[in-house]
Unconditional design. Structure first.
Length: 471
C-alpha cells in the first residue's frame, strides 16, 4: 500500500512517511492509493476477534510490512491497556432500534483516545528506531488535545504543542490538557476560536521549510493514520450489533456520527468503501452547520461562528472535507485541487446536482440546536437512566430526525458526560464524576496564553521545540 495526495502532486509515499508527513507537501491530504475491499467471508472471520486483534488485521492492509507484525501487535495492546472496558469500544442498546457505540472508555474519556493512544505508540517507535526528533503540533476544539497529550507525555524524543481556543472548551477539557506537568508538553491558549487555531496549524504545515526544519508531525485528523484507526470501531460495532441481532447479518447498518471536522464520519465512509455493510452515515452537527448544508444543498460555505453546548463540534472549516470531496469527484486530483483553490479564493464550494445526489445517497445530515440537544439529554436520562454527553445527544437526536422508524442505527457516543458538566447542569441533572476527573480540579495548571496571531504562536513554538535532543 502506498499513499498519495488528494491534489495529485505527492504519490508513492510509504506508511511511515505518510504518518510523519501529516499534511501532504502540496497542501492536500494523504489517502491510500487503493482502498482494500474485504470479502464477506473475511468479514465473518473477523467477527470473533478482539478489538485489538481486529485493529491488527485492518492495519495489515495499510502497512506495507514496514513495521514487523509482532512489534505492531505489542504497540496495539499497549495502546488499549489503560482502557476501562475490556471490549475497548462496547455497544449499549439504548432503544429497540438505537445502539450506542461507547467510545469514551479511554484515559481522557473521549473517542479521540482510540486513535491517539496508538499514534503515541507509533511516534515513540519512530523516534527510537530512526533516531529522529518528533515535534507534534496540533489544534483542538477540546478532546484531541487531551488525548494527544496523554498519548505522548513523558515519552523520550517527543515534544507536543497543542493550541486550544481560550475560553471555548469545557472546563474539564482544559484541565485535562493544562494539568499535565511533563516538560515535553506545551499548551497554548489562543485568543480566537478553533478555526483560527486550525488555520495556523495548516499554515505552518504548508510551509515545507519550516515543517522540515522543526520536524513537525501532525496529530489532528489530517493525519491518515488517525482515520485508519477510527475505521476499526465501525467494524467492531457492526459485529457486536449483529451478534445480538443475527437477522441483520449482511444488512447495511446506519451510523449516526457527531462531527465537526469530518474525520470520525470519514472513517465510517472508508469502512464502507472497504466492504462493511453501511447504510446511511448520518452527519450530526450543531448550530455550526456548514456540513449539514453541504449534504442538503451542495454548498460548502462557512457562516458565522456559534458557541454551543457541544463545543467539540464548534467548527466551521472541516479538515477532512477535502478527502471526501476527492472521492465524490471519482479521485480526480486535478479537479479536487481546483475546488479547494476556489474555496480559498471565494470562501465557498458549490457542487452540481449529479454530485449532490451521490452525496445524498451516502449521507444524511441534521443540525441539532441547543434546546433540542438538552431535551435529548433530559429524555434519555429520564426514560432510560442513561446520561448522554451533549455531542452524543446530537448523534441520537440526528438519528431520530433523519432515519425511518424501525431501522437500526448505531449512534456514536463520543465522550463521557462528566467532560461537559456545564451542559448537564442546564438539564438540572447532578452527575457523579469519575475520580480521575474529580482529581483534576486540585491539580496545578500550566498553560501559556497568546494572541491569535501566527507570529505569537511561532515565538512560543521555536524555543520549545529546540529543547529536544534525541538520545
Amino acid at each position: 500500500m502506498q499513499y498519495q495526495s488528494t491534489r495529485g502532486q505527492v504519490s508513492e509515499v510509504g506508511f511511515i512517511d505518510a504518518f510523519l508527513m501529516g499534511l501532504a507537501t502540496d497542501g492536500g491530504l494523504l489517502v491510500p492509493s487503493t482502498i482494500p475491499v474485504i470479502s464477506s467471508d473475511k468479514l465473518e472471520e473477523w467477527r470473533t476477534l478482539s478489538f485489538q486483534d481486529l485493529m491488527l488485521e485492518i492495519f495489515s492492509y495499510y502497512l506495507n510490512e514496514e513495521i514487523p507484525n509482532d512489534e505492531l501487535k505489542e504497540m496495539i495492546y499497549a495502546s488499549y491497556s489503560t482502557f476501562r472496558h475490556e471490549d475497548v469500544t462496547p455497544v449499549h442498546q439504548l432503544t429497540d432500534d438505537i445502539y450506542l457505540l461507547e467510545l469514551f472508555h479511554g484515559p481522557t474519556f473521549a473517542f479521540k483516545d482510540i486513535a491517539l493512544q496508538l499514534m503515541g505508540q507509533l511516534y515513540s517507535y519512530v523516534a527510537k528506531k530512526y533516531k529522529r526528533p518528533i515535534n507534534i503540533l496540533g489544534a483542538t476544539s477540546g478532546d484531541t488535545g487531551a488525548s494527544a497529550i496523554q498519548g505522548v507525555r513523558g515519552k523520550e524524543g517527543i515534544n507536543i504543542c497543542i493550541l486550544h481556543p481560550n475560553g471555548k472548551v469545557s472546563k474539564v477539557q482544559e484541565l485535562q490538557m493544562t494539568t499535565v506537568q511533563d516538560e515535553n508538553v506545551l499548551n497554548l491558549s489562543v485568543e480566537g476560536n478553533f478555526d483560527d487555531c486550525q488555520r495556523m496549524i495548516k499554515e505552518l504545515f504548508a510551509d515545507v521549510n519550516f515543517k522540515n526544519e522543526h520536524h513537525l508531525c501532525a496529530i489532528n485528523s489530517i493525519n491518515i493514520v488517525r482515520i485508519l484507526a477510527q475505521t476499526v470501531y465501525y467494524f467492531y460495532a457492526y459485529f457486536r450489533v449483529t451478534d445480538q441481532r443475527p437477522e441483520l447479518k449482511g444488512v447495511p447498518l446506519h451510523f449516526s456520527v457527531p462531527t465537526g471536522n469530518f474525520g470520525d464520519i470519514f472513517a465510517g465512509y472508508l469502512a464502507s468503501r472497504m466492504g462493511l455493510p453501511v447504510g446511511k452515515l448520518v452527519l450530526a452537527t450543531n448550530e455550526n452547520n456548514i456540513l449539514e448544508r453541504f449534504v442538503k444543498e451542495g454548498i460548502y460555505k462557512p457562516d458565522g461562528f456559534h458557541t454551543t453546548y457541544s463545543p467539540s463540534m464548534d467548527i466551521q472549516v472541516a479538515s477532512n472535507f477535502e478527502r471526501y470531496l476527492y472521492y465524490v469527484l471519482d479521485e480526480d486530483a486535478e479537479q479536487t485541487e481546483s475546488y479547494m483553490k476556489s474555496f480559498q479564493e471565494s470562501g465557498e464550494i458549490r457542487i452540481p446536482q449529479e454530485l449532490l445526489s451521490k452525496v445524498q445517497s451516502e449521507f444524511a445530515a441534521y443540525g441539532v440546536i441547543g434546546a433540542e440537544c438538552l431535551a435529548t439529554i433530559q429524555k434519555y436520562n429520564d426514560e432510560k437512566a442513561y446520561l448522554l454527553d451533549p455531542h452524543s445527544a446530537c448523534g441520537v437526536a440526528a438519528a431520530e430526525r433523519t432515519l425511518p422508524a424501525g431501522e437500526v442505527v448505531v449512534s456514536l457516543a463520543t465522550a463521557h458526560p462528566a467532560k461537559f458538566n456545564e451542559s448537564i447542569e442546564l438539564c438540572e441533572i447532578k452527575q457523579e464524576f469519575p475520580p480521575q476527573i474529580s482529581a483534576l480540579y486540585d491539580m496545578p495548571v500550566r498553560k501559556t496564553e497568546v494572541e491569535g496571531t501566527l507570529d505569537q504562536v511561532v515565538a512560543e513554538l521555536i524555543p520549545f521545540y529546540h529543547r529536544l535532543q534525541v538520545k
